[in-house]
Ligand binder design. Structure first.
Ligand SMILES: Cc1cc2nc3c(=O)[nH]c(=O)nc-3n(C[C@H](O)[C@H](O)[C@H](O)COP(=O)(O)OP(=O)(O)OC[C@H]3O[C@@H](n4cnc5c(N)ncnc54)[C@H](O)[C@@H]3O)c2cc1C
Length: 390
């Protein structure tokens, strides 16, 4: 089989933005992707099976906790380095990309809000790949509207009892622990319903915790995305994350960075399609070339603008000035770009382009998820406008 996406990026302008350390992380990501065959990339998508072995191998390369300090096993890289790794993994359709992104997203609140005991217990095994983490926010009736969370927690003796269901949880069926948001019904502080959302660290072996249905989705396959079911799930008191009522802040701390990771992934997908078109234009007749060149010029600008926004959002995080507007702009623009370019490339190249070895049809399916998850793009548009009005 022919690998249609070249190993070296043909228009590597990003190197001009990167420090020597960031280039080392990019090279690590490239070397890792080089070790995965096209057949493996296609297989995980076709069978919808998560490659835990690849996740553990990525952690051995220091990618499992790249942007976190060394104290708890992190690689002490900056966020831009993590962005560059995600962009490259998406560009090459590395089958663990999304789970790695969520895994890092889940460590963020443990670093920021966790007790010393929680940090010591969950972070070192997360960096080595012994533990995989998942993020449980979305529910059947609480997607964009996170305030509608219906999952409940109740204090009973020395424990919390959790009840409810979470849906579309990336890595859900393969994870060892979960960051879960639930409404605390009987807080000693007397929190109102509105202010009661609270975060917990739930382990897969806690009594009353079950994996529900596994989703056989259009895109983002191979990530064991599933339902989480809490049926009087017993969570020890020490697994409260942050304080009672701090759940929305905990969730938002993850999402503000997570959206930049998604933007990087979408930029990588868009770049991959651009490269496929560049390869094809060289083989096309003179008449076809004119048609393709016009489109390629437009797509190149879209990819580069997605990258610039994404790197700017990552650089803001690295300066300690995480910018929610920039993160939303990057996520929205990069996912819209990936969707537009992959859709139009399918039309430009004709039906042959839907054969799996070009990875184009996979990117086309995955890009749709990029427009939806971690806040649908309509919500990002409203968020950007509201922030600008403040
Ligand atoms: C591949 C994939 C992986 C995911 N992984 C996770 C995960 O790991 N953890 C997790 O917690 N969740 C996860 N999700 C869930 C994801 O975050 C939600 O799908 C997303 O927040 C949107 O929620 P929803 O699907 O319920 O859509 P809805 O909220 O029902 O929205 C449907 C549509 O209506 C629009 N809409 C909604 N409200 C408004 C409004 N007020 N104004 C204008 N338009 C509006 C939205 O933009 C959207 O287009 C995942 C989803 C996917 C597709």
């Amino acid at each position: 089989m022919v690998i249609s996406i070249p190993k070296k990026d043909v228009s590597d302008r990003r190197l001009a933005f990167l420090s020597e350390t960031q280039k080392i992380w990019l090279q690590k990501a490239r070397d890792f992707a080089d070790r995965i065959s096209l057949e493996e990339a296609i297989e995980s998508d076709r069978t919808n099976v998560f490659r835990r072995d690849l996740f553990e191998a990525a952690c051995k390369e220091g990618l499992g906790a790249l942007p976190f300090p060394k104290e708890f096993g992190g690689s002490a890289g900056d966020y831009l380095s993590f962005v560059v790794v995600n962009e490259e993994f998406a560009r090459r359709c590395v089958p663990i990309m999304s789970s790695l992104g969520v895994h890092v997203l889940c460590q963020e609140p443990v670093y920021r809000f966790g007790s010393p005991e929680q940090k010591a217990k969950y972070l070192p095994p997360s960096s080595t790949g012994k533990y995989l983490a998942a993020f449980g926010l979305t529910e059947p009736a609480a997607g964009s509207d996170t305030a509608a969370i219906a999952c409940t927690a109740k204090i009973v003796g020395d424990e919390y009892l959790l009840n409810g269901t979470k849906v579309f949880i990336t890595s859900g069926a393969s994870s060892d622990y979960f960051i879960v948001m639930a409404r605390l019904l009987n807080s000693p502080e007397g929190l109102s319903n509105e202010k009661s959302i609270t975060a917990f660290i739930v382990e897969k072996d806690f009594p009353g915790f079950k994996i529900g249905q596994k989703f056989d989705m259009l895109g983002m396959r191979g990530y064991s995305t599933c339902e989480l079911v809490f049926d009087d799930c017993r969570v020890p008191k020490e697994n409260l994350l942050g304080t009672h009522g701090q759940g929305r802040t905990v969730a938002l701390s993850s999402l503000a960075k997570g959206r930049v990771t998604i933007a990087a992934q979408c930029t990588g997908w868009a770049q991959a399609v651009l490269e496929l078109l560049l390869k094809r234009v060289k083989e096309a007749s003179a008449k076809e070339q004119d048609r393709l060149l016009l489109q390629i010029g437009e797509y190149a600008v879209l990819v580069e603008s997605a990258r610039v926004l994404t790197y700017q959002a990552a650089a803001a995080i690295d300066r300690g000035q995480a910018d929610v507007v920039l993160a939303s702009m990057a996520k929205m623009h990069a996912s819209d770009a990936a969707m537009k370019i992959s859709t139009e490339a399918m039309t430009l190249l004709g039906f042959e382009s839907s054969e799996p070895q070009y990875l184009l049809e996979r990117i086309f399916r995955d890009a749709k998820a990029g427009q939806i998850y971690e806040g649908a793009n309509q919500i990002q548009r409203m968020l950007i406008a509201r922030e600008l009005l403040k």
